[in-house]
Design a protein around this ligand. Structure first.
Ligand SMILES: [Zn+2]
Length: 93
């Protein structure tokens, strides 16, 4: 019986520059949705969509938003650029 590998060898070491926070990041499965955006910025993009759709709750969803931003900054991303890019999402900040 042949065993299938769950991943392609070498794929995990590929990096690219996120167009939102400008940090170098590794390619993850989320990149399929946003080809040039890191995982955290992809999540923030989803949150901003929720703002536009009127289903974002600044009271309950903001801690997660801030957690993502803190992670981006910690990993070397530009927090100001992220806030500017997602201006509607950070309209209360
Ligand atoms: Zn990013």
């Amino acid at each position: 019986m042949r065993t299938e590998r769950a991943f392609v060898r070498g794929k995990g070491s590929r990096t690219f520059r996120c167009r939102v926070c400008c940090r170098n990041t590794r390619i993850t499965s989320q990149i399929d949705v946003n080809p040039d955006t890191c995982g955290e910025c992809s999540n923030l993009a989803g949150q901003q969509n929720a703002v536009w759709d009127g289903c974002y709750d600044f009271t309950t969803d903001t801690p997660y938003r801030d957690k993502l931003l803190a992670k981006i900054v910690k990993l070397g991303g530009d927090g100001d650029k992220v806030k500017a890019y997602f201006a509607d999402l950070f309209s209360d900040a």
